[in-house]
Ligand binder design. Structure first.
Ligand SMILES: Nc1ncnc2c1ncn2[C@@H]1O[C@H](COP(=O)(O)OP(=O)(O)OP(=O)(O)O)[C@@H](O)[C@H]1O
Ligand SMILES: [Mg+2]
Length: 375
């Protein structure tokens, strides 16, 4: 057999094993399902070994992780341990009871995005009576990694007095492979129940591309889950203009998203990498506890860090701190306090670090932006 034919054979076998495992599991035949997931893992490993450079390998490895999670869950069921006993329990694990303490001021820059959120989610959730024509309820954030998408979601969670569902792709798939549609339907039922009790509900879908991205290699579970989600979203849109169920999704790979999913977001907001002013402010904010020396020129640091993400800048400040702490241990016998960092301390760290964003990446977002932006 040629390498291609072997790959095709292994793909088919892996797919067959997973489909059977899913079916067996839904019939309650857990130990048989477990064996078929194990078979699938074997086939997938052989696929990866076949050509270590193959571009689909990331997908296979991801799949192996999901099967292994499934295997662990099934082993737990068989041993009767720690497994959510019904769908209700699974859904309860998605509810965030304590929102993270992130305030608007903690999100540096991004004023356009923040204003859009305040006007389209915060105001209507506080005073729905002022918006008789309705308001957008589905919002998508997209943009380069480390620039505040997840942080914005946390700030929204803090601002709205409501119930939050954290719809995290990995737990969703590993727990739900096999009965995904039913669980999505239950999730939305639960949201409507809260809403009927007068609460706002926000569903966060972080890393949305891992649920709503079209993968090259899928077993039926993902497709059914996606379709059910789209169906439920339509249900929310049609029946009542003034629903208080919001869906907030974030991704750094918007081009991977299913077009049907994109279309259902009335607001699509680009969360850009920080501009010069924002970079200076980020340096100010993150270095403040270090009490920087008077010679530290934040504008100059901002000039030196084009294409650094907000997260890169935070990392620079953390590295400066670590260097100062090392000094205390290595030159001052672990006694005394941190000295104030000066301009050179920052420049030294910056010179050893590359930005995590590039012009090419920004261009990719821009071209996606031109096609899909909706503010
Ligand atoms: N605008 C910002 N203001 C202040 N801190 C920020 C900002 N953006 C990012 N950070 C810092 O960087 C960390 C990572 O940012 P965040 O998780 O929001 O990135 P993201 O856009 O969701 O990235 P990804 O696409 O990789 O998920 C944050 O926890 C925060 O410490
Ligand atoms: Mg994120």
């Amino acid at each position: 057999m040629s390498q291609n034919a072997v790959a095709l054979y292994l793909q088919n076998e892996a797919s067959k094993a997973i489909n059977e495992a899913v079916k067996l599991e839904s019939q309650g035949l857990y130990s048989k399902a477990l064996e078929r997931y194990k078979d699938a893992v074997q086939y997938l490993y052989r696929l990866v070994e076949l050509d270590p450079q193959y571009k689909l390998n990331a997908v296979y490895i991801d799949r192996i992780g999901k099967c292994q999670a499934k295997i662990r869950d099934l082993q737990n069921i068989l041993e009767n341990k720690n497994y959510p006993s019904n769908n209700e329990d699974v859904i309860n694990t998605l509810i965030i009871t304590k929102p993270p303490l992130v305030k608007w001021e903690d999100v540096v820059g991004l004023s356009e995005v923040k204003n859009a959120i305040i006007q389209s989610i915060i105001y209507p959730s506080k005073r729905p009576d002022l918006f008789p024509l309705g308001w957008p309820r589905n919002i998508l954030f997209y943009g380069p990694p480390g620039c505040g998408k997840t942080l914005l979601c946390a700030a929204i969670a803090n601002e709205i007095d409501g119930i939050m569902f954290n719809i995290d792709a990995s737990s969703l798939f590993s727990k739900w492979l096999g009965e995904s549609e039913k669980n999505v339907a239950n999730l939305f039922n639960k949201a409507r129940k809260f809403e009927n009790e007068g609460r706002s509900v926000i569903m966060f879908i972080d890393e949305a591309d891992s649920i709503f991205g079209v993968q090259n290699y899928e077993v039926g579970g993902e497709v059914r889950l996606r379709n059910q989600f789209l169906y439920e979203m339509d249900g929310l849109l049609e029946k009542n203009r003034n629903r208080k169920i919001f869906i907030v999704a974030a991704t750094n790979k918007p081009w991977k998203l299913d077009i049907g999913f994109i279309r259902r977001f009335q607001l699509r907001l680009f969360v850009p990498n920080p501009d010069k002013k924002a970079r200076a402010d980020l340096f100010r904010m993150y270095s403040k506890p270090l009490n920087p020396a008077a010679d530290v020129d934040f504008e100059k640091l901002a000039e030196l860090t084009e294409y650094y993400s907000a997260s890169d800048i935070k990392d620079v400040c953390v590295q400066v701190q670590n260097n100062l702490a090392r000094e205390v241990f290595e030159y001052r016998g672990g006694e005394g306090r941190l000295r104030s960092p000066n301009m050179n301390d920052f420049i030294e760290v910056i010179s050893k670090r590359k930005p995590s964003i590039s012009l090419e990446l920004i261009k990719l977002y821009q071209s996606w932006d031109e096609q899909y932006k909706a503010v």
